[in-house]
Design a protein around this ligand. Sequence first.
Ligand code: CP
Ligand code: NVA
Length: 308
Amino acid sequence: MMGVRHFLSLEDLSLDELWAVLDLAASVKATPEKYAHALNGKSLAMIFQKKSTRTRVSFETGMFQLGGMALFLGASDIQIGRGESIADTARVISRYNSMIMARVYGHDVLEEMAAHATVPVINGLSDALHPCQVLADLQTMRERFGDIRGLTFTYVGDGNNMAHSLMMGCARAGVNVRIAAPSGYEPDIAYVAAARSHGQVTGAEVVVMNDPVAAVADSHVVYTDVWASMGQEEEQAQRLIDFEGFQVNGRLMSAANNDAIFMHCLPAHRGEEVSAEVCDGPQSVIFDEAENRLHAQKALMLFLLGAG
Ligand code: CP
Ligand code: NVA
């Protein structure tokens, strides 16, 4: 018997499993009625230390559409907020629910949860990684391009949780990755090394640079995210200065391929990391990405519970 499967990082899926989950996501999207009772009687506990629109609504709605139910647990409303340990919380919730999804600050909180939970733990975003978003983004790229292997994907902006998960997910899917970040805001070298080791298997190149214009040349996808993530609000003013020149606008998009798409995990700050003309323009697929959170996570939950 296989042990409990967690999804804290894209690394928790083998390459074959990643493609299988993405294929299942496409099937769930095309024929949702086929899966309407797949998780009858199952439940998902959702713990949030940070705010969320997409993650909360897509997981809760996704569980409902699969025949199960989800519980929203704000971290300050449950006993974690009064100091009950992560380990005991994970053990207790495992006695009631079929899965746990958590959005946290430190990634170690998720690791602690997974170490003590006896049901799958899903990363709904940590300071380090946001793998559920990348499942939806890979699904969106496949819808636009078909076979995505060999494409060039460029992320412009902060070397943050999105940059880390995108690098690993793209390299693993055989997509060349370029990250253009201001000096001092490059991604964590441990995740760059992990992405490069996936690239050695799939042939994808992973390059970190500081020049956004050079980075987007020949790119099929241009992606950005906020300059100050949740928890970094007090750095916002300094970051506005440090990220000057890194806005994805019409001028930068014109340096990419003519048929390049623009992607953003949302929420977006128009006028900061992306101009309104690009964010709301014809190359933008931001709302497909948001929609695909629903389908990709339904597929993920089916996979983790062995119901796909
Ligand atoms: N992209 C994303 O995770 O959005 P939320 O913060 O609204 O969940
Ligand atoms: N990097 C952003 C992603 C939000 C979905 C953050 O962590 O706030």
